[in-house]
Design a protein around this ligand. Structure first.
Ligand code: HEM
Length: 288
């Protein structure tokens, strides 16, 4: 059998994807949000934000997977029982945001861009869906397990796994074996060289969408902790961002800008200060 040359593109799609995304993977690991996360520097606010984004992303991804489950460009990778995350994320949303989570969870601009691309791919270029499924599911089965342990410790969560259902795959006994099976299924997809190139390009874009999300969330969190100005509209002003579109305030699923408790903090502080001043004046007047 002909073997690939050392510096040529590997024959197997799984190998080609791993190789082609090596650099963006490192970039993703080194995004500030992820670097902090790995150091155990993750707050409840940050964790809730990223989990809500993941909820929207997986709803879109799995909607497109369902649409294409019988399409030969995706069918061999259809593992709903083992992989699908929507039901798990719904549990996590209820844990983190309460019973009315559907009306209250944020929906940020970068999340919306990611979701838009997933729908475009599922509807118009379903042969690229493999790139998105690979990026998310194999990532979740790999680094995701480390992140789960870090979050559990940093956020002081119960060992029962509440709030972390997303990271749990009850129908996968061995992540290593399942990843091997998944890779062999990816390699079994019939694909022209032209499509293969587009799939590889799409996988890199999928990583970049994740990186843009991390950068946006980091920006929102930094903005919340540094902005104490009374005149600023909480969470709504714009800030500089290096390579990414400007982060905007998280929105609820209905599209209304959402003021989370984080972004309300300066407002609350001002209301308290004002109340204190009024009370001081009242006491002064009374004393006179
Ligand atoms: C702190 C962040 C991260 C850490 C520590 C991490 C760590 C890891 C580790 C240890 C592996 C296993 C490598 C192997 O089995 O050979 C892996 C694989 C993978 N990761 Fe990550 N990762 C991180 C972030 C991400 C992100 C953000 C994504 C994409 C959204 C991602 C996607 C993947 C994929 C697709 C694989 C499978 C590669 C392959 O075998 O083809 N990772 N990661």
């Amino acid at each position: 059998m002909e073997r690939p040359q050392p510096d040529s593109m590997p024959q197997d799609l799984s190998e080609a994807l791993k190789e082609a995304t090596k650099e963006v993977h490192t970039q993703a690991e080194n995004a500030e949000f992820m670097r902090n996360f790995q150091k155990g520097q993750v707050t409840r606010e940050g964790f809730k934000l990223v989990m809500a984004s993941l909820y929207h992303i997986y709803v879109a991804l799995e909607e497109e997977i369902e649409r294409n489950k019988e399409n030969p460009v995706y069918m061999p990778l259809y593992f709903p029982e083992e992989l699908h995350r929507r039901a798990m994320l719904e549990q996590d949303m209820a844990f983190w945001y309460g019973a009315h989570w559907q009306e209250t969870i944020p929906y940020t601009a970068a999340t919306r861009s990611y979701v838009r691309r997933l729908h475009e791919v599922g509807r118009v270029e379903p042969e690229l869906l493999v790139a998105h499924a690979y990026t998310r599911y194999l990532g979740d089965l790999s680094g995701g397990q480390v992140l789960k342990k870090i979050a559990q410790k940093a956020l002081d969560l119960p060992s029962s796994g509440e709030g972390l259902a997303f990271f749990t795959f009850p129908n996968i006994a061995s992540a290593t074996k399942f990843k091997q099976l998944y890779r062999s299924r990816m390699n079994s997809l019939e694909m022209s060289p032209e499509v293969r190139q587009r799939v590889i390009k799409e996988a890199k874009s999928a990583f970049l969408l994740n990186i843009q999300l991390f950068e946006e969330l980091q920006g929102l969190l930094t903005q919340d902790t540094t902005d104490q100005s009374p005149s600023a509209t909480p969470g709504l002003h714009r800030r500089e961002s290096r390579r990414v579109q400007e982060p905007t305030a998280p929105e609820t699923p209905r599209g209304k800008p959402k003021l989370n408790i984080l972004s309300q903090a300066p407002l609350i502080r001002w209301v308290l200060t004002l109340s204190f001043l009024v009370a001081t004046v009242a006491v002064g007047l009374y004393a006179m």
